[in-house]
Design a protein around this ligand. Sequence first.
Ligand SMILES: [Zn+2]
Ligand SMILES: [Zn+2]
Length: 377
Amino acid sequence: MVLSGKYRNRTLLKRIIYCLLLLFILLLFWGCAGGSSGSKKDAIQTKNVVIIVIDGPRYSETWGNTPGLIPNMSGEMKPQGGFLNNFYNDAYTYTNSGHAAITTGVNQPIDNYGDELPSNPSVFQYWLKSTGKPSTAAWIISSKDKLHILANTLDPEWQGKFMPSINAGINGPGTGYRADSLTTAKAKEIMQKHRPNLVLINFMEPDGFAHAGNWAYYLRGISRNDRYVKEIWDFLQNDPFYKDNTTLIITNDHGRHLDGVKEGWQEHGDNCAGCEKVSLLALGPDFKKANVVEPKYTLIDIAPTVAKLLGFEMDRNVYMPRIDTVVVPYNVDSAGIVLQKDSLKLQLFLDTAQMQGSPIRELFLENKLKFVDSNWN
Ligand SMILES: [Zn+2]
Ligand SMILES: [Zn+2]
């Protein structure tokens, strides 16, 4: 009886020790899981970035009069992200320059007919180089055919390398502008098929119809673009690949002249307040919600922000084409970067400069700022 009692006690003790051990191991696992999910939450969660550029609407017809023509963006989407109250293109207010500022982080004058490449590599090239991914991991999907220039650069170190895929215009460069509804459908098709991590979409209707002098269609373009933006955001949030890990940035390349400045709303290209004032709305897992950012930012701050979201470094030393770019006879030798054009050489003088933009840190959640502020002064 005594022996069996001792035996029972020992078994009980063993069981208690086993239970305590098990509890200890469980607590250890729980602690680890809790710890890792905590640090995961603090890390940047964006895996994909989509930039939509609505080409050339004037602030007075968009964010200056809400809900007005943009009920989806101003009503439904703005509370889900950050809106920049003071956002500008304060440099060259036309399409190719504005887009190049967005993709390279550098303001530069550039031919507006699609005959000149940006002087610096783009976020697409940085992204593809840093990840080693194929060209289908980054896309330019554009209503304007001339924006194929955004895929490449004049920088000799980068030219022809790490180029993104292009779907532009009716059927590629030189084939004319395409309706924004078709660009929206194409964008969704490409994202479904290729699962790119970095996409730029250009919508052209506000700009195209304004140049044509058609006020009603200019307004219709803005209103349609507001719907297409919402359509793409809904697509991203309903697609398992993009849901909750994709940042959407909606902006403009330029505005249009104020009434009374030159041709008014029909044209743009100078530094009047109407041409310079643009907008930026940004939604994503690393950004604050219902957040209005007051400090001034400009188009060149988008690329550094994308670099932070996708975790690549950009070279702060950049090329800046001189405004005195000249056409010289073909037989004249040149030390600069040279493009052959018929019997003439277009000689571009590229000076070196420092990148001026910086990440838009006010968009980010407080616990992400250590990633935003590291290695960027
Ligand atoms: Zn235009
Ligand atoms: Zn103007």
